[in-house]
Design a protein around this ligand. Structure first.
Ligand code: NAD
Length: 479
């Protein structure tokens, strides 16, 4: 069994405690690897290494930083099979999806390698005679990057790319129960030749190692993706040091299907975004509002797609959906479905674990479609983070928009219609950081990604993501 070590000051190291934890495969509960189990002391050593490396990395010209980031992206692509296999084995997603994730991460690095050259300033006139104002942007300092298990490589790359391009050094803390692919990604990236201490990774529990990264005065910026409750805690702790935070938190995304929508397209899009990665996606489709006149046709199409999806071990090439990440995730999904059924929902398909010996040890669950759903049910109010597509019929578009916005979350929203006017009117009224019109994804490397309301704070990706790692300085010049 391999042992995944931490990366501190350019070296692959064990935890100061000498302790390890074991990572298990959610498809069969077999052990996959041992992981050095970090402590607060390891986190401190990593932060100190990042602080030591900061003057050299932040002082490197942006095009040279870009060259090194490009080199790292190339190394990630060269090692894609090894990293993706670890990702499937620790997280459960099908191998082809894992490869897509790792490739997307390399693409993000390439994007930021170039975007880092576009950190511009300003030259402003003054109200005083003979005075000018020069505005420059500089890297904020050491960044702490804390990430979840659902897309452990891709979501990390959004932070890593922007931090490195801005000139920041960082300490990453991959998720405790799925740290293997993220750590392999960082090790491979580091082989591109960054100054020792620029790229660091520590393992361990969030409440301990993660908390040290947040609380220690060395970190000046905290970039976090994870649950809203964790984000709230991080924001409170970061307040003590008035640190910059960006938070990508939970979601409860509505999906509106209007009367004039292309129903085949809408059903395909809803199926993919509700069920892929077993619904464990922050921008997953969580509530489908379908116009009354087409709701049944739409539901039939969605069910027929859900029933065709093949569930199994993600390493098997013919599988569409792997297991859920953990027993806890599956139990939460089961509890949400049971709650909906008790309160009057109809089960159109799924709603149970698949039968068969090959499923006996993994955390498998069938893609589930519910109808007659209402807003008293947990599936519409909380983040299920499971493969469940609840359908609610609507009579007026105004009512559908109101119901869509009736949530403490505001990450992504989707609308399917063939009218440009309806598309734009609805898109403008939805309270979400990203709206997909006739498509089911709001992620675009050049465009800002982030949430409204309790879905987050700040933006990642695009130039907006880079700004999160930069401080603004005004130099007032007397001529
Ligand atoms: P989580 O909040 O439990 O953990 C995320 C990370 O934070 C992990 O690395 C964890 O170890 C660490 N952590 C936990 N407690 C901490 C603390 N006190 N201090 C510092 N770090 C701490 O989330 P999860 O269960 O790993 O991920 C699922 C959640 O992530 C879902 O709510 C999902 O919606 C959200 N998510 C959001 C986005 C987005 O972009 N908005 C993307 C993906 C996932």
């Amino acid at each position: 069994m391999i042992t995944s070590k931490m990366l501190i000051d350019g070296r692959s190291v064990d935890s100061c405690s000498g302790k390890v934890s074991v990572i298990y495969n959610p498809a069969n509960q077999e052990p996959v690897a041992k992981v050095s189990l970090g402590t607060r002391l390891d986190a401190r050593l990593a932060l100190e290494a990042a602080r030591k490396a900061f003057p050299e990395w932040s002082g490197t010209q942006s095009h040279l930083r870009g060259e090194m980031i490009h080199r790292g992206a190339g190394l990630v692509r060269r090692n894609i099979d090894e990293i993706s296999k670890l990702l499937t084995q620790e997280q459960g997603k099908p191998f082809k999806d894992a490869k897509r994730e790792v490739l997307a991460a390399a693409d993000v690095l390439d994007y930021y390698a170039e975007e880092g050259k576009r950190i511009f300033g300003d030259w402003l006139p003054s109200t005083s005679k003979g005075v000018r104002s020069l505005i420059i942007k500089q890297p904020i300092g050491v960044a702490a990057l804390i990430t979840p298990w659902n897309f452990p490589v891709d979501l990390l790359s959004w932070k890593v790319g922007a931090a490195l391009a801005a000139g920041c050094t960082f300490v990453a803390k991959p998720p405790s129960l799925a740290p293997l692919a993220a750590t392999a990604f960082l090790q491979v990236l580091n082989d591109a030749g960054f100054p020792a201490g620029t790229v660091n990774a520590v393992h361990g529990p969030g409440e301990d190692v993660g908390a040290e990264l947040v609380e220690n005065p060395i970190s000046r910026k905290i970039a976090f993706t994870g649950e809203t409750s964790t984000g709230r805690w991080i924001m409170e702790k970061a307040a003590a040091g008035i640190k910059r935070v960006s938070l990508e938190l939970g979601g409860q995304s509505p999906f509106l299907v209007c009367e004039d929508a292309d129903l085949d397209k809408a059903a395909a899009a809803a199926s993919q975004r509700a069920f892929s990665n077993m619904g464990q996606i922050c921008i997953s489709v969580n509530r489908i509002y379908a116009a009354k006149t087409i709701a049944e046709d739409f539901a039939d199409k969605l069910v027929s797609r859900a029933e065709r999806l093949r569930v199994g071990d993600g390493m098997s090439p013919e599988v569409d959906l792997g297991p859920m990440f953990s027993q806890a995730q599956r139990e939460k999904t089961e509890a949400h479905v049971a709650d909906a059924l008790e309160k009057g929902a109809d089960l159109l398909c799924g709603g149970r674990r698949p039968k068969g010996k090959e499923f006996s040890k993994g955390y498998f669950y069938l893609p589930t479609v519910l109808s007659k759903v209402n807003h008293s049910m947990r599936v519409t109010r909380e983040e299920t983070f499971g493969p469940v597509a609840p359908i609610i019929k609507f009579e007026s578009l105004d009512k559908a928009i109101d119901m869509s916005n009736d949530s403490e979350y505001g990450l992504a929203a989707y609308v399917f219609t063939s009218s440009l006017s309806t598309a734009l009117t609805v898109a403008e009224r939805l309270e979400a950081g990203g709206v997909g019109v006739n498509l089911n994804n709001v992620v675009e490397v050049q465009a800002p990604f982030g949430g409204w309301k309790q879905s987050g704070l700040g933006r990642e990706l695009g130039h907006y993501g880079l700004e999160e790692y930069l401080e603004v300085k005004h130099i007032r010049l007397g001529l």
